[in-house]
Design a protein around this ligand. Structure first.
Ligand SMILES: Nc1ncnc2c1ncn2[C@@H]1O[C@H](COP(=O)(O)OS(=O)(=O)O)[C@@H](OP(=O)(O)O)[C@H]1O
Ligand SMILES: Nc1ncnc2c1ncn2[C@@H]1O[C@H](COP(=O)(O)OP(=O)(O)O)[C@@H](O)[C@H]1O
Length: 196
């Protein structure tokens, strides 16, 4: 369909921002069940990078859903749209020179693949936070699993909605590793992308 849109070529490029910041930019997508540790890890890694004076930003499911995505629920279609927007937001932050740490359940392979396509495979790391449903339910940090068992939430990921395990994630995080150690191993994996 013809959209009559002509993209404006910005005068300041990503390469120039990279030069100004002194480091590269990319997306680290944390995917896993609710309570698996995505936010904890994203924020631990952010602190690590922030202390190195690297420009970072955390995108977190609950926060984004309270703002720009407040019109979306948890049907497969709404989750896809949520993830599509996350990809587009991440792309803007990457262009602006930030390391983006995105913590989303992102349960569908195709949605994660779309995010990767949107930001570009070169700018994308997939971190699978591999905490099983039993442990997430034991933690039940927000009481959501209790509500799901009581039938108050109908499409809870891992209980009544699917989670598609990544086939080939860049990094797999085990719950037996401390958040600090996990953040360190993610850092070791991505740090080459920070170099100019
Ligand atoms: N039905 C259902 N399933 C999963 N999660 C639920 C649900 N209802 C509410 N929540 C809360 O919403 C957070 C997940 O939102 P996301 O935007 O990350 O989900 S998704 O990628 O669109 O699937 C999730 O955040 P995390 O616990 O940080 O994962 C929950 O707080
Ligand atoms: N090894 C670990 N890695 C990450 N979080 C852990 C770990 N062990 C226990 N936790 C706890 O599990 C909970 C994970 O919650 P959160 O990070 O909000 O998960 P998510 O963002 O995936 O919903 C936190 O209370 C955190 O302190």
């Amino acid at each position: 369909m013809e959209d009559n849109l002509v993209e404006y070529q910005y005068k300041i490029t990503r390469a120039q921002r990279r030069e100004l910041n002194g480091h590269g930019s990319f997306l680290v997508l944390f995917t896993g069940l609710s309570g698996s540790g995505k936010s904890t890890l994203a924020n631990t890694l952010e602190k690590r990078l922030f202390e190195m004076k690297i420009k970072t930003y955390v995108l977190d499911g609950d926060n984004i859903r309270k703002g720009i995505n407040q019109n979306l629920g948890f049907s497969p279609e709404d989750r896809s749209e949520n993830n599509r927007r996350i990809g587009e937001i991440s792309k803007l932050f990457i262009d602006a020179g930030c390391v983006v740490l995105a913590a989303f359940v992102s349960p569908y392979k195709k949605d994660r693949e779309n995010i990767k396509q949107t930001v570009g495979a070169n700018n994308f790391f997939e971190v699978f936070v591999n905490t099983d449903i039993e442990e997430c339910e034991r933690r039940d940090t927000k009481g959501l699993y209790k509500k799901a068992r009581a039938g108050e939430i109908t499409n809870m990921t891992g209980i009544s909605a699917p989670y598609e395990v990544p086939d080939n994630p860049d990094i797999v995080i085990s719950p037996s590793t401390s958040p600090e150690e996990s953040a360190e191993s993610i850092y070791a994996h991505v740090k080459h992308k920070l170099l100019l």
